[in-house]
Design a binder for this molecule. Structure first.
Ligand code: ZN
Ligand code: ZN
Length: 250
């Protein structure tokens, strides 16, 4: 029996074999309709264990009168409910590269393996969510990697330079130091220690001089005080004719 199960299907020579993962249905005439022929589709079920999926249906035209059904729990029975002609047609339709449309009616009436259930939208959504999360994590790690790259590159550069003559190593070191300085400058600008005011466009804002402000508001400029605080630039000590010694001889 087992060897027969392993025989590959060959409808051309009269050996039909169908493995149905989903339920397999046969069709029978509906006795309620006598004027018009209508069919009722019924699933094939194992009479012993009531399994109705993963059934194997075999019909060897030379020896079998009815379709032999094998359930996955090794129960086998001959099923007279399945019309052998229907089964032969179905089997040939599975194999024909160019199926006869006149024979397709049995499938239209529901004969054969049930069509795949409609895709569960919720399940699709869940999968999409998981996949999306995966990509997000991947992108994040990529960004993290990019952030560490300059440092790693500098390390590599220094290490490589170490293997080279001294001048090359010195040059690399200098370049690295320069980079560090630039980095510190950037950090200082960011933390505001350098009092660089950034405009809305992110560039440092140009602050006008105090004189410009004064002019705009009409404020008088403070008068310049005397250069010499002793003679107040009169070159003589006030109230005398003695020339000022503080701002040099007259
Ligand atoms: Zn069974
Ligand atoms: Zn003076």
């Amino acid at each position: 029996m087992a060897s027969e199960l392993l025989r590959p299907a060959d409808p051309g020579s009269g050996y039909h074999r169908v493995l149905a993962r989903r339920r397999f249905r046969y069709i029978r005439r509906d006795p309620a309709h006598s004027l018009r022929i209508t069919w009722i589709a019924e699933p094939v079920v194992c009479p012993v264990c009531e399994t109705d999926t993963d059934l194997q249906l075999v019909l060897d035209e030379r020896t079998d009168v009815f379709v032999q059904v094998h359930c996955p729990r090794r129960h086998t029975w001959s099923d007279p409910a399945i019309d052998p002609a229907h089964f032969r047609t179905y089997s040939r339709l599975q194999w024909d590269a160019d199926p006869d449309p006149d024979r397709m009616w049995i499938i239209d009436e529901g004969f054969g393996e049930e069509p795949a259930p409609p895709v569960d939208l919720e399940e699709v959504k869940a999968v999409a969510k998981t996949v999306g999360r995966l990509y997000k994590a991947k992108a994040k790690s990529r960004v993290r990697g990019a952030a560490g790259r300059p440092v790693r590159a500098a390390k590599r550069k220094a290490r490589d330079a170490a293997k080279q003559p001294f001048t090359a190593a010195a040059r690399a070191l200098r370049g690295r130091r320069k980079g560090q300085e630039q980095e510190q400058e950037q950090l200082a600008a960011q933390s505001g220690r350098r009092r660089v005011q950034l405009g809305p466009d992110g560039k440092p804002m140009k602050v006008p001089s105090v004189a410009k402000y004064r002019k705009a508001y009409g404020a008088p400029a403070p008068k310049k005080g005397p250069a010499c605080l002793v003679c107040e630039d009169t070159r003589t000590i006030p109230g005398t004719h003695i020339s000022c010694t503080e701002c040099g001889p007259a």
